[in-house]
Design a protein around this ligand. Sequence first.
Ligand code: ASP
Length: 331
Amino acid sequence: MPPVARRPLFALATGALAAPWIAGGARAQGNYPTRTVTVIVPFAAGGPTDTVTRLVAEAMGRDLGQTVVVENVGGAGGTLGAARVAQARPDGHTLLLHHIGMATAPTLYRRLPYDPVNGFETIGLVTEVPMTLVAKKDFPANTLAEAVEVIKREGDRLNYANAGIGAASHLCGLLLMKAVGTAMTTVPFRGTGPAVQEVLSGRIDLMCDQTTNTTEHINAGSMKVFNVTTAERVQSLPNVPTSKEAGLPEFEVSVWHGLYAPKGTPAEIQQRLSKALQAALRDEKLVARFADLGTAPVAQDRATPDAHRKFWQADIAKWKPIIQAAGQFAD
Ligand code: ASP
């Protein structure tokens, strides 16, 4: 396991290379992509963002007529992977698929090696995924109310895993600990893929994670689940109560994901990528797999650069006062 945090916390394209796209829209779009496209996932392989990205990448590749590969650059709550993309050549061949952390990092981090707002072009929203509060199989509670009692009693003797500051699992843990009024010991991982393995092995007591990573383990009976963090129940987990049903209505969060390109990526390429994303989100295989994992693609009109940018900006504004009121920074 990684070290334990005792307290919970809250080229430019060179003229030569860019010229064909900048010079003429139609031709530019026709030429792109000229080689394999890489999508950076800012978390470890095997986790929920990774799972969503691999499904989207495969389907986008079919529309683009090029292979789309996924590269995992985990660490620092997703900011290392985001930095890699912000600094990449803005030619549409290096992209980022990130989640709600893109809305919290601008307030949580005072020093980042990139501009967390203006360093990216938006391509489109992808999906909004419910979270689940899960526990190791022999955790001594069977309902959220019982889990709250155990948390109050055991406090920092319990290990709570997350994917670093600003990750969805971190935000979800904050909401939980705030609602309960008791802190647990936070153990950060490079992504919740490896963290879930530690819940399965019993070395981690509790964690929040997207249904895209927990559904199959829950349905196999290999971990306990107490609630889903959305207003409605999730179809793939019909017996799991919502936070409200389970008695903690304020414990609500859903994890939106979006696709980004480095700042300066030509508008034609953004549009081409958005079209490929929309095609991917209509792909029957992808839709079915998303449903198995407790989620669904966003509506087609949200998978656009404009809708994505507006939603992202609004979410930065939503989280800012919450994070500022907590008075804690990641750095
Ligand atoms: N679910 C993780 C989070 O806490 C990230 C991941 O591994 O996808 O944000």
